[in-house]
Ligand binder design. Sequence first.
Ligand SMILES: [Zn+2]
Length: 69
Amino acid sequence: MTNVEPDKWYLCVICPKCQEPIPFQSAPAPEEKPDHRARGVQLACPRCHTQHTYRGSEVLRLQGPKSIE
Ligand SMILES: [Zn+2]
């Protein structure tokens, strides 16, 4: 995704190949919604194009991850 802002929160997965966070959806801040749970997602890494299916437990909430696109 584009336009990742440093002070906002995003759901991210870590690419198993290049170990870079891939932000794919904006997310509420932890203080707003501490129990946010993500579902699994299938994504292709924009950097190395590795297609991977991530479980919900592999989805992280990160603040302002740098966009890799
Ligand atoms: Zn990758």
